[in-house]
Structure formats: C-alpha cells, structure tokens
Design a protein around this ligand. Structure first.
Ligand code: GH3
Ligand code: MG
Ligand code: MG
Ligand code: MG
Length: 309
C-alpha cells in the first residue's frame, strides 16, 4: 500500500516510516494537515496515518477537509495520536477517521490495523469496478433493446419513440416531416422458394441498402414488422421523400438478389409508400403511419417495385 504519513515530529516520522517500509508499504511523508492535503491533491494514496496534534491544521480538521475533498471515493484514515483519550478517539471517528491508535504503536498492531483497512479498501475497489461494469452492461443492454436483432437497424419500439419525438420537433419548428413505409415484394414466394434462412439474409441486405439510401445523419431506418421497414425523414418535404424513396428502391433492386418467384422482376424489389406533412396539433404518429400505409397499398396495386405518395 502507498501510505501517507502525517506527523509534525521528524523523529516520529523516521521511526514510523522505517516500520511501514519493514511491513512492505511505500511511504509518502507530510509534516502537517495542510501539507497532507496538498499531497493528496497531487498523488493518490491508499491509506493515511494521521497525527492529531500538529501546528496550523490539526488532525481532526485535516480529516474533515480530506473527507470533504474526496467525492464518494473513500480512503482509510487511521489516527496516530500522542494522547490516550476516549474523548479524542470519539472525536476522531466522528470527524471522519476510521481508527485511533496511540503512540508508541507496535509494528504488529500497526500492521494488523493496516491489514484490516486494506481489506475494506479492496472491497471498495471491487465494488467500484463492479458498478462501472454494471453501468456499461446496462448501456449495452439499452442499446440492444432498441435494435432489431436480425438486421441491426432500429426495432419497432425505437421507431415508435423516434417518430413521436420527430413529430413533436417538426410541430414546434413548423417544418415538414417525412415518413416512408417499405415492404418487400412477393416475399412469401421468396421464402417458399429459397428457404427462410435465405429470406433472413435477404432482409439483412435490404436493411443495409435502405440505410445507405439515407443521406442525412438525422434520417432513421427501422424494421417495422416482418418484412416491412420504415424510414423517418426529418425536415423533408414531399419532393425529398420521393427522392429518398426512389434511391431506396433503386438500391434494393441493384443488390441483384435473384427472385425467380417474383411477379414483377427477376430480382428482389420493394414497394414504398410515403407521406410528408408540416404537422398541426391534430397530426398523430398513427395518422402518419395510416397515410404512408395507404400509399404503400397503392404502390402494390400499381404494380410493385415503385413508390407512391
Ligand atoms: P407483397 O408483394 O404483397 O408484399 O407480397 P408478400 O408475399 O411479400 O406479402 P405477405 O405479407 O403475404 O408475405 C410476407 C412474408 O414475409 C411472409 C413471411 O413469412 C415473411 N417474413 C416476415 N418476417 C420474416 C423474417 O423475419 N424472415 C423471413 N425469412 N421471412 C419473413
Ligand atoms: Mg504531533
Ligand atoms: Mg408485408
Ligand atoms: Mg411483402
């Protein structure tokens, strides 16, 4: 352990320092409370041995200042006092010390007391590391909970959250909000012919193609359902929605995934329905989805592999 030894007597420091080194610890010395504080600000130590009677800042005041200085990181502090006094012992503990020994102290007692503190200190470190790992795991979990596990794009839950947020933002700033719904054409036939695992792989490539069709960092792709995707396009008017839709359609087609069972092409294609609105107070997420879905239905009716608004 790295121990900060605080005592105004040079002789005492010399004796204790030798004792601590003999016990296998590294020692940093300070001759009063303010020097101790300076030292703690400069370098981290694992334990403080603190004299009580010292000029300027005494041990009791020093301990209060040390505790105030450390926000939530505990460091063991043992008083090494010249006075055997129950009142001082109580005062020292109340001020924030962890133990109170009387000088002269035997190496055996000092070693054992340090060992006890070391145990708590280690436990604290483990707890700290565990807390950090837990926080990181929680973050990862939160991320996973918003992600579609097959395609890696946002899931339905995340989509619902984002759509509500973007709708509120568009209303506040009186700017248009675009929404696209995208459905794979004749996908049942694709699964039937190539198998479900190939269908899954196909969905993964389509998700990536849709993401690559988004030009702005604020555009947002989600898996809306089985073989349906949704794109939220903030600050995008009808012309912008049509242009992203065409880019998305073209990119999926350009993947060139063979689809012999398709009624409209030789490769996998998608149909898209879109809407763009400057929302007013009556515009709800459900209304936007309903309108995009109606447009998607028209795109299907009009022959698939196309966009309708
Ligand atoms: P349409 O052009 O009218 O959209 O025809 P479709 O065959 O795509 O429409 P339908 O809704 O009848 O079929 C959707 C298919 O998508 C059926 C379902 O098995 C498949 N599907 C949904 N989710 C998944 C998935 O996660 N993986 C795979 N492989 N297939 C899926
Ligand atoms: Mg002293
Ligand atoms: Mg569908
Ligand atoms: Mg479909």
């Amino acid at each position: 352990m790295k121990i900060l030894l605080v005592d105004d007597s040079r002789t005492v420091r010399a004796v204790l320092s030798r004792m601590l080194c003999g016990l296998g610890h590294a020692v940093v010395e300070a001759q009063d409370g303010s020097q101790a504080l300076e030292c703690l600000g400069r370098e981290p130590v694992d334990l403080v041995l603190l004299d009580v009677q010292m000029p300027r800042l005494d041990g009791f005041d020093a301990v209060r200042r040390i505790r105030a200085l450390q926000n939530n990181r505990w460091i063991p502090i043992i008083f090494l006092s010249g006075r055997e006094s129950d009142t001082d012992l109580e005062k020292g503990i109340l001020a924030g010390g962890d133990d109170y020994l009387v000088k002269p102290v035997s190496p055996v007692v000092l070693g054992a007391k340090i060992r006890a503190m070391q145990r708590i200190h280690d436990m604290q470190r483990q707890l700290f590391e565990l807390t950090e790992r837990l926080a990181k795991a929680n973050q990862e979990l939160a991320q996973l909970a918003r992600q579609d596990s097959l395609t890696g794009v946002a899931n339905r839950h995340h989509f619902d959250e984002r759509l509500a947020e973007e709708l509120a933002r568009a209303r506040r700033h009186r700017v248009p909000l675009g929404l696209l719904l995208c459905d794979v054409d004749d996908f049942k036939a694709y699964n039937d012919r190539y198998g479900h695992p190939a269908g899954d792989a196909c969905l993964q490539r389509i998700a990536a193609a849709l993401a690559s069709a988004c030009r702005r960092a604020t555009d947002f792709v989600a898996r809306y359902g089985g073989e349906e995707f949704a794109l939220i396009l903030p600050d995008t008017d009808a012309a912008g929605v049509a242009s992203v839709a065409e880019a998305a359609r073209a990119r999926v087609e350009a993947l060139g995934i063979p689809h012999a069972g398709s009624r409209v092409s030789t490769v996998v294609t998608v149909s898209l329905g879109g809407v763009a609105v400057v929302p007013d107070p009556s515009t709800t997420p459900a209304l936007l989805i309903r309108r995009a879905d109606a447009a998607l239905y028209r795109a299907k009716l009009e022959g698939r592999n196309r966009f309708a608004a």
